[in-house]
Design a protein around this ligand. Structure first.
Ligand SMILES: Cc1ncc(COP(=O)(O)O)c(C=O)c1O
Length: 460
């Protein structure tokens, strides 16, 4: 029996919505049909997706930020194929992995103040390890996290989630986890003063909302942690791997965390992998005796395909200067968006670093727009952003997302390989769509339809 996956994909592609509605997440199918995203993508190359008719889309979502290299990068494919073609002794388990050793050398060369790596299979799994390791290393149980923070949805990671939409119905979660406002040093100091806190786990730039740290917040927070014997953990799962124009986002603020979490783009987008980088002193508290050598781990961590994906990703980042490209294209986009602001009363803010950008919208002042805004936002808070993302998708062939539930921020998280032409495409498309939202035409009739859907969904 042959296993030509491309042929199987072509044969069954048109059934995907019915298969998913029947056996997988039916609500997701309903969402996609309602917002009209059911175009049927059949190919992905670099920063572009192609639908059944061959139309090209620019992907600013990049699989929730995993495709820093874009989809199907030739070097990554070559690396993965070389693993499959070589009969390597993968996952012997009663041995140690050569490729894991090589990847770790490369990672730690980029984060030289840390000494050790623990691999896993996802971002949330890295967060779970961070909770366990910091508790063990400090002998304390408390974990502090931020309002609006997102660290994944497994039980421990969910305990650090700052949005009730994810938590509701799953509680009680882990005890001793305390939420504080982002950018609030006094609140941090107050909780850490109890000296019961093992770790402060924070995203340098919050993914939900693209919320920026103000001034020296991260640096001061790290200093407060050090003073109170609390470990400072940077969740760089989304911000790391060059996305913000530095290998780690904390580098923008001169911070050296006790622990750094990476996942997403380390995988090249194709083989899941996560990693916890930390100090030897932390690691040695967990793996402290020979009979505890396997006290934490995961069967598939350090598998050769994942390690090869990580090695190839880091090599491509360096050889194609992708971190520098993220910095340069990000700056160009942010400046371009800021230049649009004086034209549009609905634009409230533009923020971000590198290729993690938020374009925030806010209530208009003019009477005619205000009534329409209120109609849409009363039906469902944050609904206005769909009036930007849907026309961007349908008319401008740009795929992007709203930065969170009830958020007024549209988020850009493109591949680090985007070009100057892509930047022009993005800015021109946003300009066109935002201009449309300032006229009482097609965009607001879409808004009315979405509002009706939202009211019906609430009632059902
Ligand atoms: C900052 C951050 N931490 C953790 C996670 C969880 O990663 P995963 O979805 O791989 O479990 C995410 C995912 O979006 C994230 O953005």
């Amino acid at each position: 029996m042959g296993h030509d996956m491309a042929a199987l994909f072509a044969e069954r592609e048109r059934d995907r919505y019915s298969m998913h509605a029947q056996h997988l997440n039916e609500q997701m199918v309903r969402v996609l049909k309602t917002i009209g995203y059911d175009v049927g993508f059949t190919r992905g190359v670099g920063q572009y997706l192609y639908d059944r008719d061959g139309a090209r889309y620019l992907d600013l979502l990049s699989g929730f930020g995993v495709f820093a290299l874009g989809r199907n990068h030739p070097t990554l494919r070559e690396a993965l194929k070389s693993v499959l073609d070589s009969e390597l002794p993968n996952l012997v388990q009663m041995d140690v992995s050569t490729l894991a050793g090589v990847l770790t050398e490369k990672l730690l060369a980029l984060v030289p103040y840390l000494d050790k790596a623990l691999y896993c299979n996802s971002g949330a799994e890295a967060v779970e390890a961070a909770i366990k390791f910091t508790r063990m290393a400090t002998g304390r149980t408390g974990i502090v996290f931020c309002d609006h923070g997102y660290h994944g949805v497994t039980n421990g990671a969910l305990s650090l989630n700052g949005d009730n939409i994810f938590r509701d119905g799953f509680e009680p979660l882990l005890p001793d986890c305390t939420k504080i406002p982002f950018n609030d040093l006094l609140a941090l100091e107050r909780v850490l003063h109890t000296r019961k806190i093992a770790a402060f786990i924070v995203e340098p730039i919050q993914g939900k909302g693209v919320n920026m740290p103000s001034g020296d917040y991260l640096k001061d927070a790290a200093a407060i942690c050090r003073r109170h014997g609390t470990l400072f953990v940077a969740d760089e799962i989304q911000t790391g791997m060059g996305r913000t124009g530095k290998f780690l986002a904390v580098e923008h603020w001169g911070v050296e965390p006790d622990m750094v979490l990476l996942a997403k783009s380390l995988s090249g987008g194709h083989v899941p992998v996560g990693v916890v980088l930390t100090r030897k002193s932390v690691f040695d508290k967990v793996f402290d005796r020979m009979d505890r050598a396997v006290v934490h781990g995961s069967t598939f961590s350090k598998n050769d395909l994942a390690m090869a994906a990580g090695i190839a990703t880091l090599d491509v980042m360096q050889s194609e200067r992708l971190i520098e490209n993220a910095a340069e294209k990000g700056e160009r986009l942010i400046q371009g968006f800021r230049a649009l602001m004086p034209k549009y009363e609905l634009m409230a803010d533009v923020r971000g670093k590198g290729l993690m950008i938020g374009v925030e919208f806010g209530a208009p002042k003019s009477f005619t727009l205000k009534a329409s805004w209120n109609m849409v936002e009363t039906a469902s808070k944050g609904l206005f952003c769909q009036m930007i993302t849907i026309p961007l998708f349908k008319d401008e062939k740009i795929l992007c997302q709203v930065a969170g539930h009830a958020s007024h921020t549209v988020k850009l998280l493109p591949a680090s390989v985007i070009t100057g032409e892509d930047c022009d495409w993005i800015l021109k498309s946003f300009d066109t769509v935002i201009a449309g939202a300032h006229r009482l035409g097609a965009v607001w009739s879409l808004g009315k339809t979405l509002a009706e859907h939202a009211v019906r969904a609430k009632a059902s």
